[in-house]
Write a protein that binds this ligand. Structure first.
Ligand code: FES
Length: 105
């Protein structure tokens, strides 16, 4: 499958430290502005059913709202119990003043 970028927001939509829920090709995505860098992770926690976009940013980690597990925002890797499985990290690019995400590799 080839990359398929979808516009999800304007470039200035999120301030550093903010996050939002978007959908890309029917996949739930958590879009995060981490210190001015945009990152996109699958929004569904890999532990149980919780939306990471309802969670909180703590340093370079996103903490799940349900049991406090956490993921590294830059890599999607698990960083805190009870999360043990990485979440998917997606490609993000800026085109003009639009933020685009691809959930396909
Ligand atoms: S559902 Fe996210 S830590 Fe349990």
């Amino acid at each position: 499958m080839t990359e398929h970028f979808v516009t999800v927001a304007r470039k200035d939509f999120l301030e550093p430290g903010e996050l939002t829920y978007v959908e890309v090709d029917d996949e739930p995505v958590c879009l995060i502005n981490l210190d001015g860098e945009l990152h996109a992770l699958n929004d569904m926690c890999t532990h149980e059913e919780a939306s990471l976009s309802d969670g909180t940013i703590d340093g370079d980690e996103i903490e799940c709202p349900l049991h406090g597990g956490a993921f590294n925002i830059r890599t999607g890797d698990p960083t805190s119990f009870p999360v043990a499985v990485a979440t998917e990290k997606y490609a993000v690019r800026i085109v003009g003043d639009e933020v685009q995400v691809s959930v396909r590799k």
